[in-house]
Design a binder for this molecule. Sequence first.
Ligand SMILES: NC(=O)c1ccc[n+]([C@@H]2O[C@H](COP(=O)([O-])OP(=O)(O)OC[C@H]3O[C@@H](n4cnc5c(N)ncnc54)[C@H](OP(=O)(O)O)[C@@H]3O)[C@@H](O)[C@H]2O)c1
Length: 313
Amino acid sequence: MGCAAIAQRSMVPAMLTMPEYNVVAVASRTTEKAEKFAQQFGCEAITGYENLLARPDISAIYIPLPTGLHHTWIIQSLKAGKHVLAEKSIASDYASAEEMVALAKKNRLVLMEDFMFQYHSQHKFIFDLINKGEIGEVRVFTANFGFPPLPAGNFRYDEAMGGGALLDAAGYTVRAVHFVLGDGFTVKAANLKNDPKTGTNIYGSAFLDNGNGISAHVSFGFDHYYQGNYQIWGTRGKITADRAFTPKPDFSPLVVLEQQNQRHEYQLSPDNHFVGALREFHRTITTGTPEKHYHDVLLQSKTLDDIRRLSSM
Ligand SMILES: NC(=O)c1ccc[n+]([C@@H]2O[C@H](COP(=O)([O-])OP(=O)(O)OC[C@H]3O[C@@H](n4cnc5c(N)ncnc54)[C@H](OP(=O)(O)O)[C@@H]3O)[C@@H](O)[C@H]2O)c1
């Protein structure tokens, strides 16, 4: 739904390599755009998102629209009986996440937020190091995701379209906290900096704590030297994932393990996390087990809401 750059660059090419998927059609607001996209990927062009939802031969919709449009089109898709894979951030706030999850539950449909980085094999490698005791007990988690300014006019600078660094870059760092360390984290302090020109937040940071001795610090922004990493610091060592959020399918990520007087560098195999996320979406549909994704959607939007609330105190 929508000829988004992320769909064209990564998601649809990944779907076309997978036997689980049959890319039936693309819908755009404009016929010309839909036709060009459809021609590139050998599918049908549809004008108007509502006409995509009217198709009985489509069982799932991938929604890479600007965040501010997610609520409307996710609700419409779920009402039309379609499973939904929606780009991050799936919801502009917790109230809308609750409404979407409730409808998905009622209609027995999958609703999944597309944080594909979680499906890259580098994280399994890191979890294995932790489970083997290589860094001892985990004490502190740090995640950073930021990049240089985007071209003016990008929807990420438009509040009404769900713009702002909190709903974009921050989302990765918050998901990483829960993905690596689990639930139970509360936001204790946060700071968001607004761009005076556009009124959207462009950078910030937050401090979270699980009440059990582990803390997390996340930093994010649209006005930065590129960083997309996390560090896990324990009693005996430290692990750094250098390219944690955006490794391209042909990229070999670097994971560093530091211990007393030792430094191990692991150059890992490339992996396609777009395929990984799509495999998970398909698995969730076929096994009828959407609860984890409902839970993740709610936890994520609650944490982002808390960062927004605490930053204004
Ligand atoms: N998970 C990831 O790694 C990742 C990476 C990049 C982006 N994303 C997410 O994917 C989504 C799309 O990002 P993108 O950079 O790919 O966006 P984009 O290229 O700007 O595409 C967004 C699409 O939304 C449709 N649209 C409908 N109403 C719109 C409006 N008023 N303004 C702008 N677009 C409108 C347009 O499709 P039509 O004109 O064809 O209708 C447009 O092509 C966002 O939620 C973003 O956070 C995720």
